[in-house]
Design a protein around this ligand. Structure first.
Ligand code: AMP
Length: 473
């Protein structure tokens, strides 16, 4: 089947040709015809399947004959990166059609987005939080909306966005077409689909998510503390190519990136503690090939689409099998090929077995020739949680002790300056705001404070305010 057979408008066919799309992918073949007929769609589509064009092409086809100066399609995505990715895809597909689009996501200025609402761009691509921020204002009306797409709905569920999605829905017209794309279909998503979709066409619903063909999977058993050294060795001995490495936590992402940098590997990092500007810069550097290695956590990496990505490294075994599919789906996009390495330490064997069960096959184990599996690393990648908590507690105790000493010293100084404690009773002749608290401490505390001060300053003449003497008699 060709794109022309799908009945898309000429401008869109030209766009697919410009992008080098020779044939529609399976999800495009399945989703475009019912969407052209105006049906609601519930689709399980894995990352890299071409799902974005599967929903954008038929929507653009419907929007095309008449621009109305009002927003007619809204795509909601879980992360800023995915929203940016969809906006880029929209630009590629609609660039020559005159249709307009804008991304409405957090971490950047509101004002250009306000203008997008006011101008009524044809397609808005938004993350739920920022969209709700806009909905507080009267300019943010989407009364002319005809299409709503919820993309990567299962990830929205994981990120706790479903209540936000339901809040967003209150601002949208009920008469519209709704499309829900999700890699997996956990029960809350099925329930949401039941509430939102009208007589939908369900695509691939029965199919378990599976990584794209063309990926070569390899498992590297390795002691926990040697993972970063193993990665370094594989990077050094492997062919130069773009590598995306996933860690379990933001902390580990930082530590791994620091380690690689110390060893002369230029890398970027992307995780939830980085600012939007830092995330955008990291991604841009990676996509343009300025940095070869991107270290990421799962959530931030959603929507990363890098054409020449050759290798995905699961530095830590993902917690759920679906995350494995999402992670390795970053390589071997559509028809390309790529490698997926998974580092597994003894305590991660269970997680790996769950992935293998999900995929219905055992993944091949490899050892790296010449790598010293018995070596004792000089540094630890991660300080264990218990140690981090203990260090934090010790610091807090020290800070508290310092704060108490400061408070006592200040109280003592105050008392010495004003031993009778009636500053407010005497009034403030200048009329300025009092520099001392309006209510001095009552008698006994004051006595203690004086004592504390005396203890502190004993043997140090002229140390108190006014050269060791009260300014007030
Ligand atoms: P997606 O699953 O929407 O994130 O798309 C993954 C990648 O596949 C993107 O880089 C698209 O540009 C590309 N793509 C989408 N449709 C096709 C197609 N029919 N042929 C080749 N590449 C495609």
């Amino acid at each position: 089947m060709s794109f022309a057979e799908l009945g898309l408008r000429t401008e869109l066919l030209q766009a697919t040709q410009r992008l080098g799309f020779e044939h529609p992918t399976p999800i495009q073949r399945a989703a475009i015809p019912p969407l052209m007929q105006g049906r609601d769609v519930l689709a399980t589509a894995v990352t890299g399947s071409g799902k974005t064009a599967a929903f954008l092409l038929p929507i653009l086809h419907h929007l095309l004959p008449k621009r109305r100066g009002t927003t007619r399609a809204l795509v909601v995505a879980p992360t800023r990166e995915l929203a940016a990715q969809i906006a880029e895809h929209l630009r590629d597909l609609a660039g020559q059609t005159g249709l307009t689009g804008a991304a409405v996501t957090g971490g950047v200025a509101m004002e250009p987005q306000v203008q997008a609402f006011r101008r009524g761009v044809d397609v808005l691509i938004a993350t739920p939080g920022r969209l709700l921020d806009h909905f507080q204002y009267p300019y943010a009306r989407l009364d002319g909306l005809e299409y709503l797409v919820l993309d990567e709905a299962d990830r929205m569920l994981d990120m706790g966005f479903l209540p936000d999605i339901r809040r967003v829905l209150r601002h949208l017209p009920t008469k519209r077409r709704t499309l829900l794309f999700s890699a997996t279909l956990p029960a809350p998503i099925v329930e949401l689909a039941g509430d939102l979709l009208e007589n939908p066409v369900a695509l691939n619903v029965e199919r378990k998510s599976a990584p794209a063909a063309g990926i070569t999977h390899a498992v590297y058993p390795v002691p926990h503390e040697l993972k970063s050294h193993l990665l370094l060795q594989l990077l050094r001995q492997g062919p130069p190519r773009s590598v995306l490495a996933f860690t379990r936590t933001k902390h580990r992402a930082n530590r791994l990136a620091d380690f690689l940098e110390r060893n002369g590997i230029v890398c970027a990092r992307i995780h939830g503690n980085r600012s939007q500007a830092q995330r955008t810069e990291a991604l841009a550097g990676f996509k343009k090939g300025r940095v070869r290695i991107l270290v990421a956590t799962d959530i931030a990496a959603r929507g990363i689409d890098v054409e020449a990505l050759g290798l995905v490294v699961n530095f830590d075994v993902p917690q759920v099998p679906e995350d494995y599919i999402h992670r390795v789906g970053r390589t071997a996009r559509v028809e390309a090929t790529g490698d997926a390495y998974t580092f597994v330490s003894p305590d991660e064997e269970g997680g790996l077995r769950a992935i293998e069960r999900h995929m219905g096959k055992r993944l091949p184990r490899h050892t790296v020739a010449g790598f010293d599996y018995a070596k004792r690393p000089a540094e630890r990648l991660e300080v264990p949680l218990a140690e981090r908590i203990a260090a934090l507690r010790a610091r807090k105790t020290k800070e508290r002790a310092r704060a108490t000493a400061n408070t006592e010293r200040r109280a003592a100084q105050r008392t010495l300056a004003d031993p009778v404690g009636n500053w407010t009773a005497r009034g403030n002749p200048s009329g300025a705001a009092p520099r001392r608290p309006a209510k001095p401490a009552p008698g006994p505390n004051r006595a203690e404070a004086v004592l504390a001060w005396v203890r502190q300053t004993a043997g140090r003449p002229n140390h108190g305010p006014g050269g060791g003497r009260s300014r007030r008699p």
